[in-house]
Design a protein around this ligand. Structure first.
Ligand code: UT7
Length: 324
């Protein structure tokens, strides 16, 4: 038995923050941000919350799948920006969409979260105990940014994406293989503290660490090494060439990272769709946001072979091979 994606959805806040807007807030420029990252603008939540955006994306995915909320028996939300420790974001979304039979929980694997959430849903569904799942990535990272730190605040944006997954007996479609890892030894190069990360320092002052801190160059080096390795492992294990894959849908962190992965795999950049110019890095939400755009625009077609690949805090990275 395999699990397959039968619907996609996304939700982006209306409020746009351009690079020029940012250049009035910190010492940066549209030129620097565009050339170093490929980002031109991002959406920033005002009224929207992690769970309201997640619910918006979920409703669209359910509509596309022609499935009622009541039929969903599993909701997993990948997020690092949940409003509450409990109830979890998935339970709040459950209530919004009337999925009264669903088991609900969140996973926290930073920008790799959506890949891990799909993997967990797949494993649970393959037991036969769960038939229809909603897997959602939703983030309000703007609430975790130090808006005076130009090295980080220009990178991130808010949004949500969702897929409906269903058990499928049919014709080789679905999640075929996966390859996911963590390396806690390198975890401190990309951090975001919670309340418990506050520390009283030796001089008695409280040091809070509740914003995203990153050694950008270390994360960059990690991503351009580990992502192609993970993809190559999936290709080799499934006797595929890089050309056999129709699209590589990567976490949208930086255009230069994606270009480097394409180059290392010797694949045309045309196979690596991007939307980070419009939304920035939306962490766990970036892959399902892009999936929905590609599906809505009929760029992705039934039968396409795709690899989804995420990387980020943990450090963590991983890829899924899927026949749509
Ligand atoms: O989803 C989580 C995963 N995160 C990532 O994938 C991020 C990976 N890393 C990156 O994408 C890149 O490392 C960055 C985009 C974050 C930074 O690009 P970089 O080419 O590595 O720049 P850098 O950190 O080496 O900084 C170069 C210069 C520095 O100035 P000096 O020391 O050369 O004078 C920085 O102070 O650029 C300066 N700088 C900026 N200048 C204008 C850093 N941020 C900015 C800024 N505007 N926003």
């Amino acid at each position: 038995m395999k699990t397959r994606i039968v619907g996609t959805g996304n939700y982006l806040p209306d409020n746009v923050l351009t690079n020029d807007d940012l250049s009035k807030m910190v010492d940066t420029s549209d030129e620097w941000i565009r050339t170093r990252t490929g980002i031109c603008q991002r959406r920033i939540a005002k009224e929207d919350t992690t769970y309201s955006m997640g619910a918006g994306a979920a409703k669209e995915a359910l509509k596309q799948a022609e499935i009622a909320g009541e039929e969903i028996d599993l909701i997993i939300v990948a997020t690092s920006s949940a409003e509450y420790a409990f109830p979890n974001t998935a339970s709040l979304i459950q209530s919004e969409i009337g999925a009264k039979h669903a088991l609900c929980f969140d996973v926290s694997v930073a920008c790799t979260g959506f890949i891990v959430a799909m993997s967990i849903a797949d494993s649970m569904m393959c037991t036969g105990n769960y038939r229809k799942a909603l897997v959602i990535g939703s983030e309000v990272l703007s609430s975790q940014l130090d808006w005076s730190d130009r090295s980080v605040c220009v990178l991130f944006g808010d949004g949500a994406g969702a897929v409906v997954m269903e058990n499928s007996e049919s014709d080789g479609c679905g999640l075929i293989d996966q390859e996911i890892h963590s390396d806690g030894n390198k975890g401190m190069v990309l951090t975001c503290g919670k309340n418990t990360a506050d520390r009283i320092t030796a001089d008695g002052t409280l040091r809070t660490n509740q914003t995203i801190q990153m050694n950008g160059q270390e994360v960059f080096k990690f991503a351009v090494k580990k992502v192609p390795e993970s993809i190559q492992t999936l290709l080799d294990r499934n006797h595929l060439s890089a050309e056999d894959v129709d699209y590589y849908i990567l976490h949208q962190a930086n255009k230069r990272i994606i270009e480097s992965v394409a180059k290392r795999l010797h694949v045309s950049i045309e196979k690596f769709p991007m939307n980070l110019d419009r939304y920035g890095n939306t962490s766990a939400a970036s892959i399902p946001i892009l999936l929905h755009e590609l599906s809505r625009e009929h760029i992705l077609k039934p039968g396409n072979l795709v690899i989804l690949s995420g990387f980020g805090g943990g450090l963590s990275w991983g890829s899924l091979l899927i026949r749509l």
